[in-house]
Design a protein around this ligand. Structure first.
Ligand SMILES: NC(=O)c1ccc[n+]([C@@H]2O[C@H](COP(=O)([O-])OP(=O)(O)OC[C@H]3O[C@@H](n4cnc5c(N)ncnc54)[C@H](OP(=O)(O)O)[C@@H]3O)[C@@H](O)[C@H]2O)c1
Length: 234
């Protein structure tokens, strides 16, 4: 255990690396952990040019990071959505290349730097289980990541391994859609979600912070979706 922490500030003095911390969910998580008193290091392709698909760059990063108490992997790819009959397999492969392989590679590269009883939290997606038409590709990518969580929690113990599966969250991830279309999607989803809204990045940040901070939780996927998967209105 590094610096002592308190109930009020469980991550105070701890080193937290947020991969994909330059935008959206990762950015909000970095801010939340910093407000808790953590020493936060963020990366993103644009921020300091650390691309999670570059293993040599990752190894160099973790060789210089010092001991990492908590790793949060919030980076995203984005491809792989669409009706299955028309799903371009090259797009699906690009989806795995953009999210599945980088998250796996980050986790492998980080192992030598991680505190023995620290934590890793991946960001997956509720689409892994939501059974929404047009999301089979995204479900495959995120479901593959979620399948890693239980065996790794046992294999890598006492390191804790968890994931947060967000529902729809208003972040720059949606910026490739015209504003009107984006708004229509958000309104549709909000209407079919028990909490009546889409997520804010801070909603997911709180869930990620909790999993990093709670030393008694490992091997789980925590869904933070406003209850979207429970809804029967869709
Ligand atoms: N927003 C949603 O509705 C939603 C729903 C379910 C799940 N999620 C998941 O939540 C995670 C975060 O998404 P977000 O909405 O916060 O997206 P975002 O705002 O687009 O942020 C994505 C982050 O990932 C980084 N990144 C992407 N590819 C990278 C790579 N190869 N190497 C290093 N960094 C990389 C980006 O860095 P640069 O900007 O520097 O490239 C950025 O910091 C993703 O895994 C996404 O699939 C999002």
């Amino acid at each position: 255990m590094s610096t002592p922490h308190t109930l009020a500030h469980p991550l105070a003095g701890q080193r937290v690396v947020v991969m994909g911390g330059s935008s959206g969910i990762g950015e909000a998580t970095a801010a939340f952990c910093a407000a808790d008193g953590a020493e936060v290091i963020i990366t993103g392709r644009g921020q300091d040019r650390l691309d999670a698909s570059d293993r040599a760059a990752l190894d160099a990063f973790f060789a210089g990071s010092g001991t990492v108490d908590h790793l949060i992997v919030a980076l995203s790819g984005g491809k792989g959505a669409g009706p299955f009959a028309e799903l371009d397999l090259a797009d699906l492969a690009a989806g795995f290349d953009g999210k599945f392989w980088p998250q796996v590679q980050v986790l492998q590269a980080a192992l030598p730097a991680l505190r023995r009883d620290g934590s890793v939290t991946l960001v997956t997606a509720a689409s892994a289980r939501a059974a929404i038409p047009g999301t089979a590709g995204l479900a495959a990518i995120n479901g593959a990541l979620e399948a890693l969580i239980p065996p790794l929690a046992v294999e890598l113990a006492p390191l804790r391994i968890n994931a947060v599966a967000p529902g729809i969250v208003d972040t720059p991830w949606w910026d490739d859609k015209p504003a009107e279309q984006r708004q229509a999607i958000f309104e549709d989803i909000a209407a079919a979600t028990p909490v009546g809204r889409v997520g804010h990045p801070e909603d997911i940040a709180r869930a990620l912070h909790m999993l990093a901070a709670n030393g008694f939780v490992t091997g789980i996927v925590l869904e933070a979706s406003g209850g979207a998967s429970l809804s029967t209105k869709r």
